[in-house]
Design a protein around this ligand. Structure first.
Ligand SMILES: Nc1ncnc2c1ncn2[C@@H]1O[C@H](COP(=O)(O)OP(=O)(O)O)[C@@H](O)[C@H]1O
Ligand code: SF4
Ligand SMILES: [Mg+2]
Length: 459
């Protein structure tokens, strides 16, 4: 038996209307029949667009929302049926790390008080002295100094606050930690640090995670198994490597096709599946396959009338699509949407993913710096022609560099390899900081505008 098992979990929120008498006029089908298993010591990554029901599912496991139907079994006990007091005791074994680290920490309590609260409620530690020692050792594990105890949340950076959130979960020695978008509110540069910390803690303490994210790149390395959610249901589930090697559901294929590949040769050949339409409302989900209104392979009749079950298609891969095999074999024709080259201009109309934004911003900074250097070199050459004659090679490169950003199409392509060298090349501390500041500003711009042009314009 797995440590955590969800079977047919549904969470339907009633939509009420009326002034005197609350009438239920419909339901938001936030979670609509999810079954999954999280093995002890492993990480289950749950991904899907914003609004597809991920947070509601996480909250339902902790019984922070009422479960309409289904069971949540932790270590053999069905939590959905536990009476209040027993559930309260069980809650220690299930902890949550929230998306917004500042919003989830009481600004008026110092760190010791925040971390002690749960310990006192669950009777951990015989006195405050013992609790303080335990808190100190956990703070050390999450990379915070022990003088953090007397400080307040606002005195810490976003990444440090999330470390406090993780420490708050750890002091209660939980069996499972549910991390809901644990890095979404953090700077791109800090995200990897927090993900790495979660991984290290898992190895050291044998933790079990359910990691929720809207970004496939976030769950990729940390997850053993990944489940892809769409409108309240799982559409695909597979071991992480298998899912990335061969996504089988059209929705997963589309999500995956939006993630850039670090290898420039593969990246040049990457195709991007463009979906039509927006995410439908969970209050009025489409009939049949819920993805049929946006699926590029949707077939007449069956897809709009018959809801596909999540079924095993081999290799530990479960897919909710009537035509998974035909799509994998390439025998089913596209009926909607578009498959285009990822580097084609039209693709940039789609909102860039988080790693795309970061890469584009880095590439923009790298190119701008190169152009600046080249310009300086050209100026220097003009000022001192004798020296330039002595070093013809250098002058050539400088001219080539100056011309580079003007080449058609080149500036539009993210160049991750160049971006990596930017920080290495910044030898002094100030250079490094300037490069980082410029990069952060670019990342922010790119994120805000949601357009690739921004990054390109900066070049
Ligand atoms: N308490 C609630 N009452 C009514 N609707 C809710 C409630 N909580 C969430 N929802 C709705 O359920 C859907 C799923 O929300 P959520 O679980 O937050 O999605 P995600 O975390 O994937 O972004 C959304 O349409 C949201 O508006
Ligand atoms: S069942 Fe039909 S609509 Fe749904 S994902 Fe498969 S092909 Fe697309
Ligand atoms: Mg959410």
């Amino acid at each position: 038996m797995s440590l955590l098992e969800l079977d047919g979990v549904k969470v339907h929120f009633p939509i009420k209307k009326g002034v005197l008498f609350d009438r239920t006029v419909g339901h938001v089908y936030a979670v609509d029949g999810i079954s999954l298993k999280v093995e002890a010591g492993q990480t289950y990554g749950l991904v899907g667009e914003s609004g597809c029901g991920k947070t509601t599912l996480g909250r339902s496991v902790l019984r922070l929302v009422d479960i309409t139907e289904g069971s949540v079994v932790l270590d053999g006990t069905d939590l959905a049926k536990l009476p209040g007091e027993e559930m309260r005791r069980f809650r220690r074994r299930l902890q949550m790390v929230f998306q917004d680290p500042l919003g989830s920490l009481n600004p008026r309590q110092n760190i010791e008080s925040i971390l002690s609260e749960g310990m006192v409620a669950h009777g951990i530690g015989k006195d405050q002295e013992e609790r303080r020692e335990k808190i100190k050792s956990i703070l050390d594990k999450v990379g915070l100094p022990s003088n953090a105890l007397a400080r307040y949340p606002h005195e810490f950076s976003g990444g440090q606050r999330q470390r406090i959130g993780i420490a708050r979960a750890l002091v209660l020695e939980p069996d499972v930690i549910i991390c809901d978008e644990p890095v979404s509110a953090l700077d791109v540069s800090v995200q990897a640090q927090v993900i790495n910390l979660l991984e290290e803690l898992q190895e050291e303490l044998g933790l079990t995670y359910l990691v929720i994210a809207h970004d496939l790149a976030v769950v990729r390395h940390i997850s053993d198994v990944i489940g892809v959610m769409y409108l309240g249901s799982l559409v695909e589930e597979a071991p992480s490597d298998a899912l990335y090697a061969e996504p089988k559901h059209p929705y997963t294929k589309a999500l995956m096709s939006a993630v850039p590949v670090p290898d420039p040769e593969v990246e040049d050949q990457r195709e991007r599946i463009l979906l039509v339409g927006d995410l439908p409302s969970p209050a009025n989900p489409p009939s049949g396959c819920r993805f049929h209104t946006r699926c590029p392979w949707a077939q007449a009749e069956r897809c709009s009338t018959e809801r596909p079950e999540l079924r095993d298609v081999g290799g530990g891969h479960r897919v909710a699509c009537h035509f998974a095999e035909e799509i994998a074999a390439g025998t089913l024709k596209l009926t909607a949407g578009e498959v285009v080259s990822a580097t084609r201009e039209g693709v940039e109309d789609a909102p860039p993913t988080l790693p795309e934004q970061a890469e584009r911003a880095e590439a923009a900074v790298a190119e701008a710096e190169e152009a600046e250097e080249a310009e300086k070199a050209v100026k220097a050459e003009k000022a001192d022609t004798v020296e330039a004659a002595d070093a013809p090679e250098k002058a050539d490169t400088a001219e080539e560099k100056a011309a580079e950003p003007l080449e058609a199409g080149k500036a539009a392509e993210p160049e991750p390899r160049k971006a990596v060298t930017t920080e290495k090349d910044a030898t002094t501390e100030k250079d490094a900081k300037d490069a980082k500041d410029a990069k952060d500003a670019e990342a922010e711009k790119a994120a805000e505008a949601g357009k690739a042009e921004k990054a390109d314009e900066a070049v």
